[in-house]
Design a binder for this molecule. Structure first.
Ligand SMILES: C[S@@+](CC[C@H](N)C(=O)[O-])C[C@H]1O[C@@H](n2cnc3c(N)ncnc32)[C@H](O)[C@@H]1O
Length: 336
């Protein structure tokens, strides 16, 4: 058992703990992480090579897991329930195998019996979409997935809450039907997210075309994936980053969202071009004082293109520093 429980401090409506993103020391990352579906990953690598103009990193291209960035997604769930009471569409770009779309669907399920919130997962690589459409998952060894697998975790209310959400939507399956080496295979329960979650092939760079600019989409997610667009760079070295593409894409996202719509970008330092040497400022979030960093060139472009940060999640690399993971479209942008 890792020391996750001592880190739990997050308070919110669903009583959801923060994602420690810690790796289970007993799990081999090659088996459970990047290599989640090894055959698919091999195919992806050749596709990446033939798509090198897209700057897709060959490292962990589709890496994802259930309840990743759960604090951020929980903020999004609360926000849409409050601000889009009549419903809205959520476009989840870079959805990979679909765990992210299903995580959000689980978090809003209680308030979505009339299916007014619809989530469409898009990924640039068609093979990941095919896997997402199947709804078969092997749980990995990262973040909250560790606790979904942990038989003792039910004793903790917070983890029990996530487990309950997961078990309401997924069944443990017999491995005989799947090409996998482990027993922890889960399938989506029949009908549970019919008419709520679907998946399509799509590139965030074509967001205008994908969403028809009809302003029916209140939330755009492109999370832990910006480095695919900007080029795979070290977070402390913004020299070779393609900022033009960030500018173009965020301008298009702004056009596609209604006023007060959300853009969700995650908390990867390399996405945020997080300069570790710069000082951070303090803000109050959820009644707690936190150190935030929100003045990188990436953040400046988001502000220029009409967004303000509304939620911060812990950086993946620097203890105690938070990065702006959720941004709101607003007409009256000023430097905060
Ligand atoms: C590291 S995964 C992140 C998955 C998930 N968003 C998460 O946070 O766990 C990045 C995904 O973005 C996809 N991707 C990369 N560039 C993209 C683009 N231009 N449009 C849509 N998806 C893209 C990749 O194929 C990959 O599946």
């Amino acid at each position: 058992m890792i020391n996750f429980f001592t880190q739990v401090s997050f308070k919110n409506n669903r009583n959801i703990p923060s994602d420690s993103s810690k790796q289970n020391p007993h799990v081999n990352p090659n088996e459970f992480g990047c290599d989640l579906f090894s055959a698919a990953f091999e195919r992806d690598k050749s596709e990446i090579n033939s798509n090198s103009h897209k700057n897709i990193s060959p490292q962990c291209v589709h890496y994802t897991y259930f309840f990743r960035n759960v604090e951020t997604l929980n903020f999004v769930a609360d926000y849409i329930e409050e601000n889009f009471k009549n419903g809205t569409n959520i476009a989840d770009f870079g959805c990979s195998y679909g765990q992210e779309a299903y995580t959000l669907a689980m978090l809003i399920k209680k308030h979505n019996s009339d299916k007014k919130y619809k989530i469409t997962g898009y990924d640039i690589q068609p093979d990941t979409i095919k896997i997402a459409q199947k709804g078969h998952y092997k749980l990995g060894g990262y973040g909250h997935e560790i606790f979904l697998l942990d038989q003792t975790a039910d004793s903790n209310d917070l983890i029990g809450n996530l487990k309950q959400l997961f078990n309401e939507s997924f069944n443990q399956a017999s491995t005989n039907n799947f090409d996998t080496r482990v027993n922890d295979v889960y399938t989506l329960k029949p009908d549970v997210f019919d008419g709520v979650v679907d998946f399509k092939h799509g590139d965030i760079s074509d967001i205008g075309h994908n969403l028809n600019l009809d302003h029916n989409t209140g939330v755009v997610i492109f999370k832990n994936a910006w480095y695919h667009l900007t080029g795979y760079v070290k977070y402390i070295d913004p020299k070779n980053v393609n900022f033009t593409i960030v500018d173009d894409v965020t301008r298009e996202i702004n056009k596609s969202l209604p006023e007060n719509g959300l853009l969700v970008v995650g908390q990867l330092a390399r996405d945020h071009i997080y300069d570790i040497d710069k000082p951070v400022r303090k803000i109050v979030q959820n009644e707690k004082i936190i150190n935030v960093y929100d003045s990188s060139p990436f953040h400046d472009i988001l502000i220029k293109n009409g967004f303000v940060p509304v939620f911060y999640e812990k950086s993946d690399v620097r203890e105690g520093a938070y990065l702006p993971s959720v941004w709101k479209k607003t007409n009256s942008v000023s430097k905060f």
